[in-house]
Design a protein around this ligand. Structure first.
Ligand code: ADP
Length: 427
């Protein structure tokens, strides 16, 4: 007689890169089956899928969301799934809409828009009395003069941007018009639609990333990591080291601000990746709160090494309507660090056609390095800033403490180097 097993929970995972393993591994640990909606730019071969993936369902979520929702509805009617989620920021509103339409757990359409649209996010945080830099919303580049009243420098960014796309500093009112026009142009060229721009005061101070998990309105902060202090004019990501060496009272302020931001934006359930800067030596100002696992799963790697949390598995459990595994320690306080982890994001450091990338093979041999993820290769063309081509490579490593991670990054800075050859038509 065949034994009957209860069906395994199934989650539709939208636009997760196959080259990044953590969310698939989390699904495997949680016993959750994945229906993968592949990234349109990624080639998926059926014989090289991670074990958790039971089906591949191509959808054009960005190009034709109505059609994508129709296909999901049919799939759900014929073979119901338990949840839908994404680590890809621009797909967060679509996923929230789909969950709402199909009666599945989710952020809710309104909350998804509040976290994704920087105009709504800034207004909501200000209304809740949180720290917000003075800002002006522009619906059209011709309105640039409205932002000249702000205290300079300022940062100009697309309202619905991601991955620092177009985010540019303007040092003086005289530069503002040109910067606004340039950011608008970059957005028009690279995004399916430009919702408008936000111009806000530049927050002069170090940057931090906070990984959290919310469940039924309780926010558990898993780790606080240092993200460097990029000064612009364009904001390429560089380092991520957790835990950040911060005095306890500054950590508490960061946690308080992050937890309050969840409340202000209405994020009650799921993983979040929040970025903040500390102004005036210690006042936390939110840059953004992504209602998703950060870095396509990098946030899981960091949280796992810093606190032992299983962010990827818990994120999928919550997406499926299941309870996450409880962490020791009270919620709304940073979990105690048991180790350190880091991501070194190899900077493009130039533009043109990549001739060679030096130093990555040696790093792969280092026992502290768990992953060298190479996204750009010799022959690829890196467009000049402010356009965003992507990051050449991530180097993920674990360490006994944050100081060891910092020392390690200092050596990488010396050893990893990209050579370019000029491309005709690029300056
Ligand atoms: P995106 O969602 O495109 O990543 P962010 O608002 O997070 O846009 O900005 C990207 C980066 O630009 C931030 O990580 C930060 O380094 C820098 N940045 C953005 N806004 C400001 C600001 N007001 N002050 C200082 N730096 C900023």
């Amino acid at each position: 007689m065949t034994e009957l097993h209860p069906p395994r929970p199934t989650v539709v995972l939208v636009y997760q890169r196959l080259s990044l393993p953590w969310i698939f591994e989390g699904a495997h640990r949680a016993g959750i089956d994945i229906v993968l909606v592949p990234r349109p730019d990624e080639c998926v071969s059926a014989d090289r899928l991670p074990p958790a993936v039971v089906e591949v369902l191509p959808l054009d979520v960005e190009g034709d969301p109505a059609k994508a929702l129709g296909i999901l509805r049919e799939r759900h009617e014929s073979a119901p799934f338990d949840g839908i989620t994404t680590p890809y920021d621009p797909a967060v509103p679509f996923v929230a809409d789909a969950a709402e339409a199909l009666g599945l757990p989710g952020l809710g359409s309104e909350t998804a828009r509040a976290v994704q649209d920087k105009r709504i996010m800034r207004r909501r945080l200000a209304e809740a009395g949180l720290n917000v830099p003075d800002f002006v919303v522009l619906d059209d580049p011709g309105e640039w003069a409205a932002a000249a009243r702000l205290t300079f420098p300022v940062v100009v960014k697309p309202a619905n941007g991601f991955s620092s796309l177009g985010v540019t500093k303007a040092d003086s009112p005289q530069q503002l018009r040109a910067v606004v026009e340039e950011v608008w142009q970059v957005c028009r060229d690279s995004m399916s639609h430009v919702a408008g721009l936000v111009v806000e005061e530049y927050l002069d101070g170090p940057e931090y990333a906070v990984e959290s998990l919310a469940h039924r309105g309780e926010v558990q902060v898993l780790s606080i990591g240092y993200k460097g202090q990029p000064v612009g004019p364009h904001f390429e990501e560089g380092v991520y080291r957790a835990p950040a060496p911060l005095p306890p009272h500054v950590q508490e302020d960061l946690v308080r601000e992050v937890v309050a931001a969840h409340g202000a934006l209405g994020v009650t359930d799921g993983p979040t990746h929040t970025e903040l800067r500390l102004r005036d030596g210690g006042r936390p100002y939110l840059l953004e709160l992504g209602a998703r696992v950060g870095g396509s799963g990098v946030s899981h790697y960091i949280a796992a090494h810093v606190t032992g949390a299983d962010l990827a598995a818990d994120a999928l459990r919550i997406a499926a309507g299941l309870d996450p595994c409880p962490l020791p320690g009270p919620p709304a306080q940073p979990a105690r660090a048991i180790g350190a982890a880091a991501n070194y994001i190899v900077p493009c450091g130039g533009s043109g056609r990549i001739a060679a990338i030096h130093g990555l093979d040696e790093l792969a041999e280092d026992p502290r390095v768990d992953h060298v993820l190479q996204m750009l290769h010799p022959g690829d063309v890196v467009r000049p800033y402010p356009e965003f081509t992507g990051y050449p490579a991530f180097i993920l490593s674990h360490h006994p403490c944050a100081e060891d991670a910092e020392e390690f990054h200092r050596t990488i800075e010396q050893t990893v180097r990209i050579d370019y050859v000029p491309v005709e038509g690029q300056q």
